[in-house]
Design a protein around this ligand. Structure first.
Ligand SMILES: Nc1ncnc2c1ncn2[C@@H]1O[C@H](COP(=O)(O)OP(=O)(O)OP(=O)(O)O)[C@@H](O)[C@H]1O
Length: 284
């Protein structure tokens, strides 16, 4: 189990994260927050690239700093800007990464082929990556993070730049990888994680705001989300969540603390509603 106890991270006088307590055991944990909220800061601490200013991070009871290489052996990491060689094929690149990770040569060959199949790149295993789509590159990124069969897989904004089809494929892959490990993934895109996250972790004002299942987070707005095609009818305070066109009319989805059931249709809240509601005062 991975545990954060009262973790604070400061950059000079600026506090990026304050007094964070978290527990990760198994499944997909989504760090969902707008840009600048501290997701990468947390991930960098979990990968020992930076260290907490205060507090401790423990893996099965031992501080990860003290565990050093034996902790890094059990983590797989896909950073936001994952560097790869455009002239390498996935196979060449993964073998090269295996060598950097000091993995056994024969085992690496087997593992590389197995992972290329797992991420669905078998047909292009020996093709240069320079013509690959963003989704294909990210799948190579996942494969390199999986080379050591990590107990903790950490992915920083893995779906940035992917098209909708690639996002779906990626979600399915992440979900399958989470069966026997901890997957921690950061995103500011709600649809990436709504269906696969066991827990959604949100930060607000540099503190932990929530750490719950998507269903439980959605239930916080139960009875407060409505839709109407005549927003001018709403005379109580409300927050516009989204708008879409339906039969030539603009349908407005909004949140209100006051019952609007007589003039608008009550709808079930989704994670995007909650995200927009929580971060309503922040530029996104
Ligand atoms: N090395 C640093 N020195 C000073 N401030 C930093 C440093 N790294 C991050 N910050 C600040 O800490 C805050 C959190 O940054 P962080 O990168 O963790 O956010 P994030 O949620 O990952 O956002 P993004 O998705 O944009 O990376 C931001 O205000 C950022 O400007």
């Amino acid at each position: 189990m991975l545990l954060l106890n009262n973790v604070t991270k400061k950059y000079g006088d600026f506090t990026a994260l304050e007094d964070i307590n978290l527990e990760f055991s198994g499944g997909v944990y989504a760090l969902l927050a707008p840009n600048g909220a501290g997701k990468t800061t947390l991930i960098k601490m979990l990968t020992t690239l930076i260290f907490p200013t205060k507090g401790e991070i423990l893996w099965n009871g031992d501080e990860i700093v003290g565990l050093d290489a034996s902790y890094r052996d059990i983590i797989g990491y896909l950073p936001q800007d994952f560097g790869y060689y455009r002239n390498h094929s996935p196979r060449e690149f993964l073998l090269y990464m295996s060598a950097l990770k000091c993995l056994d040569r024969d085992k690496s060959k087997r593992k590389t082929d197995e992972l290329i199949d797992l991420v669905g790149l078998s047909d292009v295993r020996d093709k240069k990556m320079k013509k690959f789509s963003g989704g294909m590159i990210q799948r190579v990124g996942i494969a390199q993070a999986m080379l050591n069969d990590p107990k903790i897989l950490i992915l920083d904004e893995p779906t940035a730049g992917l098209d909708p089809k690639e996002r779906v494929r990626f979600r399915n892959l992440i979900s399958s990888l989470s069966k026997d490990r901890i997957v921690i993934l950061s995103t500011h895109i709600v649809s990436d994680i709504e269906t696969i996250a066991s827990r959604v972790i949100m930060f607000k004002n540099h503190r932990l705001f929530t750490n719950e299942s998507p269903a439980s987070i959605c239930s916080t707005l139960m009875g407060k989300v409505y839709e109407t095609d005549d927003i001018a009818d709403i005379h109580t305070p409300y927050l516009v969540l989204t708008e879409h066109q339906e039969n030539g009319k603009t349908v407005t989805r909004f949140a209100s603390e006051i019952d609007c059931g007589d003039v608008a249709r009550s709808v079930s809240p989704n994670l995007e509603d909650v995200f927009l509601y929580i971060y309503r005062d922040e530029a996104m």
